[in-house]
Ligand binder design. Structure first.
Ligand code: HEC
Ligand code: HEC
Length: 295
């Protein structure tokens, strides 16, 4: 009884599938440019926005407005695909933009291909022509930091207060000097002077909106930090940098002193051990010699 039913159904199903496929095909052909453009904009937002604005001034990297008039597209695409290689080659333009970025090298962007690099340059060109690009950059509050901001930043860093959207606390991977002798993780870099390194409050804040590094991006993609949390963390970093001042030798000195203290302890311990040993060897000798001359 079942057989004829299903036989009758099969052609009908494939008939609908054909129509659906045709429908999708038409949709796809009708707006491939729009879709591709959207995909490129999303890629830019996820991977470039944290370090570059288009018309909003420098962040960690240069403002990309009109970048294609500063350098030819082929060069720019090659640079984007492998920034370090272009710098290592001793290219003077690469050297110049590296110096202007305080020696911070653009990180290699995962999933970037030659076609995507070209599409990104098209996007940057189109956005540069607009009076106000959608990538002009995030606006941050520039109110002065308070001691409450610094304290909250420290709590967030240490995980004493959790990040609202569920991101992991920074201390699991990073350290900041002054946290206690050996506090903090070692997977990420020491963040004591990070604000200075990346060029100040604005670049650091923008960077934290979507951290563009291979380790942090997947972790924070779904758990982006809130503006007030970022402000507090930046306040904490700037304060930590102030605490250590220009003295970069604080940590090595601490370790040196710890080493010195350790050495004194070890020498003291040896002294005690050896003294006892010496006595232990000497006593019977002396006792043995008692027959002869007294010591
Ligand atoms: C971690 C920060 C960072 C990220 C993320 C980043 N860049 Fe960069 N970018 C830089 C820095 C810094 C420079 C300047 C050269 C240098 O120091 O390496 C630069 C330089 C450039 C240049 C050349 C600028 C000029 O003035 O000639 C282009 C183009 C560029 N980046 C595009 C992109 C694109 C597109 C993305 C995303 C796919 C991206 N960058 C992601 C930091 C970054
Ligand atoms: C899962 C580990 C991990 C966590 C959690 C983490 N980071 Fe990172 N972070 C890294 C690593 C590793 C790097 C170095 C770049 C890389 O390899 O991705 C880095 C780089 C950075 C940088 C760039 C430093 C530089 O000089 O380029 C900043 C700023 C930063 N992290 C801030 C934070 C803050 C703030 C938090 C907490 C909200 C945090 N990170 C949480 C692993 C982590």
């Amino acid at each position: 009884m079942r057989e004829p039913l299903s036989v009758a159904k099969v052609p009908r199903r494939s008939y609908w599938m054909k129509w659906c496929a045709a429908g999708f095909m038409i949709l796809f052909l009708a707006m491939p440019r729009g879709a591709a453009g959207q995909e490129t904009a999303a890629f830019y937002k996820q991977n470039c926005y944290s370090c570059h604005t288009i018309g909003g001034g420098r962040l960690v990297g240069p403002d990309l407005k009109n970048v294609t008039t500063r350098q030819d597209r082929d060069w720019l695409a090659r640079f984007m695909l492998n920034p370090q290689a272009m710098i290592d080659r001793g290219d003077p333009y690469a050297k110049q933009i590296l110096e202007e970025s305080r020696g911070v090298v653009m990180s290699q962007v995962a999933g970037l291909t030659r076609e995507r690099a070209n599409a990104l340059l098209d996007l940057i060109e189109a956005e540069s022509a607009l009076e106000k690009s959608q990538f002009e950059g995030v606006k941050f509050s520039d109110r002065p930091f308070t001691s409450q901001d610094v304290e909250r930043g420290e709590r967030l860093f240490k995980g004493v207060e959790s990040l609202k959207n569920g991101g992991p606390s920074c201390i699991s991977c990073h350290t900041v000097r002054g946290l206690g002798l050996l506090g903090g993780g070692r997977l990420g870099v020491d963040l004591t002077k990070v604000s200075e390194r990346v060029g100040g409050r604005k670049p650091l804040s923008a960077w934290l909106v979507s951290p563009a590094t291979t380790t942090m991006q997947p972790v924070f993609k779904e758990n982006a930090m809130e503006a007030e949390e970022i402000l507090s963390l930046v306040a904490f970093f700037e304060d930590a940098a102030k605490q250590v001042g220009d003295d970069d030798s604080v940590a090595p000195l601490t370790f040196f002193l710890m080493g010195l203290g350790g050495m004194v302890l070890v020498l003291g311990a040896f002294d005690i051990i050896w003294k006892n040993r010496f006595r232990a060897v000497r006593r019977p000798l002396v006792a043995g010699g008692q027959m002869g001359t007294r010591v």
